[in-house]
Design a binder for this molecule. Structure first.
Ligand code: SF4
Length: 281
């Protein structure tokens, strides 16, 4: 097998293994009604000709399908770009199952994310208890280095206050006071997964910039000659971010990537192992 439990490959390398190359070739041949390679090459070359270019320039109307997803999906995607970070969505479990299944299908990788599992009683009385218990469970079972909190529609409609809830959870001992729990309110009835990605990234940066919720002094800007790069919400991040890093390396640029989700599988495994070790201890 190409995949090996002692050295788990993410799909970028995995699908180049011989079994997968063979499987994908058979799938194409038997189920995808393929055109032959010569025809493919002929059309590829035609797309580089002036005739094709003129056809493109002659277009007068363009229809864009915005394909918007809801905000917390962007929150989860932003959170997994940070090392050993567990995305935690305050709200209903069904929403979070959607993000997990969406990302698992898209990236062909297991995708980690937990919810505070709010149900009818929390919708009426508020989700504070869910946050207190949820953070404690997530912290003790997965042993993440950071938990990034966002919200679903339900928590936003009833107006749960994340800042107050996280402070209370820390006072009640769910997580240590100095443990990093950045957050962003992410109401899904406005904006989209793109705006939410930006909100969560801002929430994480502000958390560290502003003194980790008052536990350390605020940071001050100090130049270090490095470039900060944030690729934004990019569904093709696995390939694109690796290419960006390769180009930076070729140019000899020193850089810091803010939110690198191009190795999500590796991060998931790291988180899992941390939790597994915690259970074994
Ligand atoms: S739109 Fe709201 S209810 Fe629907 S999945 Fe997103 S957060 Fe959940």
């Amino acid at each position: 097998m190409t995949q090996n439990p002692d050295h788990v490959l993410d799909h970028f390398e995995l699908f180049r293994g011989p079994e997968y190359v063979e499987m994908l070739r058979n799938k194409k041949k038997n189920f995808e009604n393929p055109v032959d390679d010569a025809d493919l090459e002929r059309v590829r070359e035609w797309t580089k000709t002036p005739e094709y270019r003129e056809k493109n320039f002659a277009r007068e109307a363009l229809t864009v399908n915005p394909a918007k997803a809801c905000q917390p999906l962007g929150a989860v995607f932003a959170a997994v770009g940070f090392e050993a970070t567990l995305p935690f969505v305050h709200g209903s479990q069904g929403c979070v199952a959607y993000y997990r299944s969406h990302f698992s299908r898209h990236f062909k990788e297991p995708s980690s994310c937990v919810s505070s599992s709010m149900t009818e009683d929390a919708a009426v009385f508020g989700g504070l208890n869910n946050m207190v218990d949820g953070l404690a469970n997530a912290y003790n079972m997965c042993k993440p280095k950071m938990i990034a909190v966002s919200t679903t529609c339900m928590a936003e409609v009833i107006g749960d206050d994340l800042n107050a809830f996280i402070k209370t959870s820390k006072e009640k001992g769910s997580v240590p006071a100095e443990f990093d729990v950045p957050f962003a309110h992410t109401p899904a009835f406005v904006g989209s997964h793109i705006t939410c990605y930006d909100n969560v990234m801002k929430g994480i940066v502000e958390h560290f910039w502003g003194g980790n919720a008052g536990t350390v002094p605020k940071l001050e800007r100090q130049e270090n000659g490095k470039l900060n790069f944030n690729g934004g919400f990019d569904g093709y991040t696995v390939g694109n971010m690796r290419e960006v890093k390769r180009i930076f390396d070729l140019m000899g640029v020193e850089y810091t990537i803010l939110g690198d989700s191009s190795d999500v599988a590796i991060r998931f495994i790291t988180l899992f192992e941390r939790g597994y070790d915690a259970i074994l201890r």
